[in-house]
Structure formats: C-alpha cells, structure tokens
Design a protein around this ligand. Structure first.
Ligand SMILES: *Cc1c(COP(=O)(O)O)cnc(C)c1O
Length: 354
C-alpha cells in the first residue's frame, strides 16, 4: 500500500479470482467457464469489428440491446448492458445500496461483500440452512435491499420463481437483484417478473453458458426507471463500457443462440454424469442446477483434494471459509475432461484406503 491510498480503502479486502494459468498446462475446472469455444460466427464477428477499433464503441449498445430484448421478450428500455455482469453488481451497490442496508446469503458470490465494503454499504449477511440452501423466508418483509444468486454459487442450489416473487412483493420499498449467471443450466428464470414489479433487477452474463468470459459481457432486465439509474452511473464512470468487439460478439451469440443452448444441455448431461459418479465414490454432492458441482468426501479434506487434483493436472476451486472448507467446487468441462477427473479421483481415493 502506498502512503497515498485513501484511509477508507486501507482495510478493503479485494475479490480473489480463481487461478488463470496461461497456456494449457491444466484441465481447467476452477472458474466455471464454458469448455466449448464461441461459435464460428461469434469469432468471425470479433475479427470483422477489429477493423474499426479506431472508433469508439456505441455507448448505447443499440443492436445488442435490441437482440437481447427480442430474445428475452422484454422491451428495449428494460435492458442494460455492461462490461461483465460484475459491472452491473458494482453499479447496483453504488447506485442503490450506499444509503440503505443490503442483505445477501453468507455463502454466495464473493463479490457481494467486496462491493458492499467498497461503497460503504451496511450489509446483513444471512446464513444458509443446514442443507446449504437459501431460506427464502429469511428475506421476506425484511425492508432491506436484497441480492441473491439463483442458482446460488458455489452451491448450485435454486429458489423457485414463486419464492423469489414472495421476496420481491414483501419488500416493496426495496430493490431486489437476482443474479442469474447460471440460469441456463436448469434454474427458473425470473425475467418475466421484471415486467410485473418495479423493484426487481434480473442480471445475466455471457461468461458461462455463452462461452464469452474473456469478452466481458453482462446484461440485466428491470423497470425503465431502474435502467435509467444504471445508465446514469455508467455515463458517470465509463460510457463506452462495452467495447466494439464484445458488442459484435454478443449480437452474433444471440443470433447463434441454438449453438449455446445446445452446449448448455451437454453441460447439464455431463453434470448429471459427474454427480452420479461422485456419489458412487462416496462424495456428498449438492443437487446443482449450475455448470459446476459442489462436493465433499469424508476421507479427504477439501484443501487436500484440491492439491492432489492439482498435482494430477486438474484445477478445481477450494474456498477456505470455515463452513465450506470441506468442499471443492468443480466446473463441468467436456465429457472427456470429466472422465479424466473421475479416473484421477478414483486414484486419489484408493491411495487413502490402503
Ligand atoms: C461468474 C459470475 C458472475 C460474473 O460474471 P461476469 O464474468 O462478470 O459476467 C456474476 N455472478 C455470479 C454468481 C457468478 O458466478
């Protein structure tokens, strides 16, 4: 830390991303990226747009917003686009939570507490139930802003649309953000509810199901007034927040939606295979509706299993937080990668039983 950093940031604990080793040394199952490349059309779109990099991007992302509005059956005015959905979360905390308490689950996406701290928001951290699910009743009528990932990370567990609706209607004077980063892998989307309620934001990303983590593209749906507030923050920080190539990739990806939704189905199948194989090996595996599983085994600690897999060339994610330290989170890769994972896992476990 330099002597110039503002006092209020001196104790800020930044978000820790999963490892991103460059080069292909590992089977990479640690940051929930898609194992499949973008579609050929998406890749071509980036190349064509690169010729115009001397010009600024469209600050309104018009074409992309139109495509998203069509795809999700909402109006253009109800769409916002961003540099990764992390930016939407950032704008949300900045715009709506610095003068009003915000509640979120104790085990969830690690960025929520970071943004809360960065923008001086008072947080209420609500524990999960013993089975690691979010107790939706805990959020009803609490008169606070609310942020919930649905499916939740790193558990993969979901709330139903009816449960979300109850949270939204019982907190009418507060804003609720539902983070649907993983919704394409089997969760219930609450986009429809944004047409009915003026206090709901539903946020999504191209990073997981649409193979564009490196392109940084997020979007959300909400009432027009909320979208205007987000635009105001955007134009006050970074008007060209979505670069040219990423806008073009986003448009092409929506036009190629079938390719990405087929890949999501493949990932769901692979996830079910992995869950079953791991359960046969004695793992406790949560019922994930995301592109990862969350699993633990009695005969090996989470940290040790992470290290052993790493030594075999497989990267997964381990969190040191006490309540979940026995678990590892494993992103669902290609069937081939997951078969290798299962074989290596058997080897690691068999060493412990001799
Ligand atoms: C991955 C993820 C995001 C952020 O993704 P971006 O790459 O910034 O779009 C947001 N929320 C959750 C719960 C995530 O897992």
């Amino acid at each position: 830390m330099s002597r110039f950093l503002c006092e209020k940031f001196s104790s800020l604990e930044a978000y820790t991303p999963g490892e991103q080793p460059q080069g292909m040394k590992y089977i990479k199952l640690n940051t929930n990226e898609s194992p499949y490349p973008p579609s050929p059309k998406t890749i071509a779109a980036a190349g064509m747009e690169a010729e115009k990099l001397n010009l600024y991007s469209d600050p309104e992302s018009k074409l992309l917003k139109q495509r998203l509005a069509e795809r999700y059956g909402v109006k253009y005015e109800n769409v916002f686009t961003s540099n990764g959905s992390d930016e939407i979360l950032q704008f949300f905390f900045m715009a709506f939570c610095s003068e009003r308490d915000v509640a979120y689950p104790s085990i969830s996406y690690g960025f929520y507490p970071v943004y809360a701290e960065l923008f001086g928001c008072k947080s209420t951290v609500i524990p999960l139930k013993d089975d690691f699910s979010v107790d939706s009743g805990d959020y009803e009528g609490i008169n606070k802003n609310i942020v919930i990932a649905n499916p939740n990370a790193p558990t993969g567990l979901c709330l139903t649309m009816a449960q979300v609706e109850k949270i939204v209607t019982s907190n009418p004077d507060n804003i609720v953000l539902i983070d649907e980063a993983y919704v394409d892998f089997g969760g219930d989307s609450c986009v429809e509810l944004t047409k009915k309620y003026s206090n709901l934001v539903v946020c999504m990303t191209f990073s997981k199901s649409r193979s564009l983590a490196g392109g940084r593209l997020g979007f959300c749906f909400a009432n027009e007034e909320i979208i205007k507030d987000l635009e105001k923050i955007k134009y006050s920080t970074n008007p060209y927040n979505v670069n040219r190539m990423t806008q073009a990739c986003g448009v092409a990806a929506i036009e190629d939606d079938g390719y990405y939704m087929d890949n999501a189905q493949k990932i769901i199948k692979t996830r079910e295979y992995l869950t079953e194989e791991y359960r046969k090996l004695g793992f406790y595996v949560l019922d994930s509706k995301a592109n990862f599983i969350f699993a633990k085994h009695n005969s090996i600690s989470g940290a040790e299993f992470y290290r052993e897999l790493r030594a075999c060339g497989i990267l997964v994610r381990h969190f040191s937080k006490a309540e979940i330290k026995d678990f590892v989170r494993i992103s669902v890769g290609t069937m081939e990668d997951i078969e290798t994972l299962v074989i290596k896992t058997k080897e690691i476990l068999s060493k412990r039983f001799v």
